[in-house]
Write a protein that binds this ligand. Structure first.
Ligand code: GCB
Length: 592
């Protein structure tokens, strides 16, 4: 699915702004046909934003169930004879949408886009009512999973991931128009041939059998480099300006559908020419060994929760540059497409992750609340869950396949991986990912509970991604013992002969808390903890990356291990530096 854009033949209309809003705790709206009228007894809600923190109300914040959003929009008069599409960049965690009284689309999964061709249900020059029934409940067949428990105080939503279950319409909603004959998809892969670049492209189109195709490649200055007239082919780029970490150089591939001289559809796809591969214990970009520095991040902001915000997007990337980070992981779900587009342009490298987090009943207790479930079983995560997970992988790759910034797919974070059931669950999912993208390495993020020798899933990955908390969750406050234990485990993993990226290491740190001798929770301890980790990484050849947990403090469910959320940020939630930010800056920028 192509992201909506304006071009010489395409036009978008943003539906962002204030929408009518209503929680539906009894689940009565569907049978009462709330979509067929102005939403009764509604309030107002912001799109894009999570709804949770907007209302000053605990019931709204913790609400789970059906949620109604509704807006009205005038369909532009000029869209006569055009194909008209309604596009949601995401709705968390699932949605059904009506246009006036007609149900047009349903979608499962909170972090990937969906759309409906609504041409037959609207008329240019008329106002149309758009109603979205969002549902944010997590259950065993959702990704991420959760469960609703009956408690003496009523029903409660439980889940096993360490971030707040923000929900709503987090990203932009668009109406857009194209010609009935239109481009539906484009797939780009790139290669290098000495100093020259190679761009392989495939264009898919609908209703275009009698049309010609033209693709025009332009450089960043807009100068034409080459053209072609085949729906799929290879373009050669003499003396290519490569896309590289720190150098987000992009070419523009314009795809045109032509009837004679008339351009019927035009779509612009940016292209970064680069190669990625795993070579023994090296992670190689453009033939050069690459070392990841950076963070696991979250989409998490005051007031708007997981709502996308361009000011924070640009600011966060400025902070990445300030600190000398070259990469981050989209922990623990696909981020807004604006983020990926910006990473392409800024030359920031991305590990792109699905929302498969919390598939591990061995974790938790104090952090995530009561458990008592088995991760993989016919009643819990089962083959239906795996199909939803497979679809999440396909949708992530379909959405992000053309981003040069994305160099590695992460199909899950810290699932149970030390059991036969886990091995059976995951093996086919690696196949799904490889089939969807044969060009990029694939992996998953391993948890401390499945150390080397016990993990049965890491065998399927091209790289090893490890989350480890020596000196925090184990050997707490004893960095000497932590260093020994950590090095011993890492050496064992290094024996596998694959590149190792440390995708999480971190210590909760309450900003402003200081002790002369660093104690857990102080700014001093976070610095000493990171130093210890870095000593270990620097001694192990196979370590090709370090991503601190986390870029910034973020909101979680409440619990005795969390003080106003997870405080492992190197920056506070409002993006002020802790002492560790300066320490990392010195290391990553190699400044004294
Ligand atoms: C992890 C998880 C991450 C948590 C983090 C922590 O291993 O992947 O989601 O937030 O640990 O701080 O406990």
């Amino acid at each position: 699915m192509l992201r909506p854009q304006d071009s010489s033949t395409r036009e978008r209309k943003s539906l962002n702004g204030l929408w009518r809003f209503r929680l539906d705790s009894e689940g009565e709206g569907r049978s009462a046909r709330w979509f067929s009228q102005p939403l009764p007894e509604s309030g107002q809600m912001v799109v894009p934003a999570s709804f949770n923190d907007i209302a000053a109300n605990a019931t709204v914040r913790d609400y789970f169930g059906d949620i109604w959003y509704q807006t009205s929009v005038w369909v532009p008069l000029g869209w006569q004879g055009r194909r008209i599409v309604l596009h949601f960049e995401s709705a968390t965690h699932r949605a059904t949408v009506w246009v006036n009284d007609v149900e047009v689309v349903s979608h499962e999964g909170g972090y990937t886009p969906f759309e409906a061709d609504i041409t037959d249900h609207v008329a240019p020059g008329q106002e149309v009512r758009i109603t979205a029934l969002i549902n944010n409940t997590l259950h065993w067949q959702s990704i991420p999973p959760g469960v609703i428990e009956d408690t003496p105080a009523g029903k409660r939503q439980r889940y096993w991931h360490d971030f707040f279950n923000y929900a709503g319409i987090h990203r932009s909603v668009w109406l857009y128009a194209t010609d009935p004959a239109h481009i539906t998809d484009v797939t780009i892969t790139t290669d290098l041939d000495g100093a020259n670049g190679v761009i392989n492209y495939t264009v898919d189109a609908e209703g275009a059998d009698d049309l010609e195709i033209k693709v025009i490649l332009r450089d960043a200055e807009g100068t034409e480099v080459t053209t072609d007239t085949r729906p799929s082919g290879t373009l050669n780029v003499p003396s290519v300006h490569k896309w590289a970490p720190g150098d987000g150089y992009l070419y523009d591939l314009e795809i045109q559908l032509l009837r004679g001289d008339t351009i019927v559809d035009s779509y612009h796809q940016s292209v970064g020419v680069r190669t990625v591969k795993v070579d023994g214990i090296r992670f190689v970009i453009n033939g050069e060994p690459f070392y990841f520095t950076g963070f696991g991040k979250h989409e998490d902001l005051p007031v708007i929760g997981k709502g996308h915000n361009d000011a924070y997007l640009v600011h966060d990337f400025e902070l990445l540059k300030w600190i000398g980070a070259n990469s981050f992981r989209t922990s623990h779900y696909p981020y807004a497409e604006d983020v990926l587009d910006y990473a392409d342009r800024q030359g920031i490298v991305i590990i792109d992750e699905t929302a498969a987090v919390g598939l591990n009943m061995g974790l938790g207790g104090g952090i995530f609340g009561g458990q008592g479930y088995q991760t993989f079983s016919p009643e819990t995560a089962n083959s239906a869950t795996r199909e939803v997970h497979a679809q999440a992988i396909r949708e992530l790759i379909a959405r992000d396949k053309n981003h040069p910034s994305v160099v590695l797919w992460s199909i899950a974070n810290e699932p149970e991986s030390d059991t036969e059931e886990a091995e059976k669950y995951f093996q086919p999912l690696f196949d799904v990912a490889r089939q969807a993208d044969p060009t990029r390495p694939i992996g998953f993020v391993n948890v401390m509970l499945a150390p080397h020798g016990k993990c049965r899933v890491s065998q399927f990955g091209d790289v090893l991604m490890l989350n480890r908390y020596y000196g925090w969750y184990v050997n707490t406050g004893d960095l000497e013992a932590a260093e020994l234990a950590w090095e011993e485990e890492l050496k064992a993993w290094a024996g596998d002969g694959k590149p190792i990226i440390i995708t999480e290491y971190g210590a909760d740190t309450y900003p402003g808390l200081h002790t002369l001798v660093g104690e857990p929770w102080t700014e001093e301890y976070q610095v000493e903890y990171l130093d210890m980790n870095h000593r270990v990484f620097d001694r192990i050849d196979a370590v090709v990356g370090e991503q601190v947990w986390n870029f910034a403090d973020f909101t979680t469910t409440s619990g005795i291990m969390r003080v106003g959320g997870n405080k492992k940020g190197v920056f506070t939630r409002d993006r002020q530096p802790k002492a560790s930010a300066y320490a990392l800056r010195r290391r990553w920028r190699k400044e004294p």
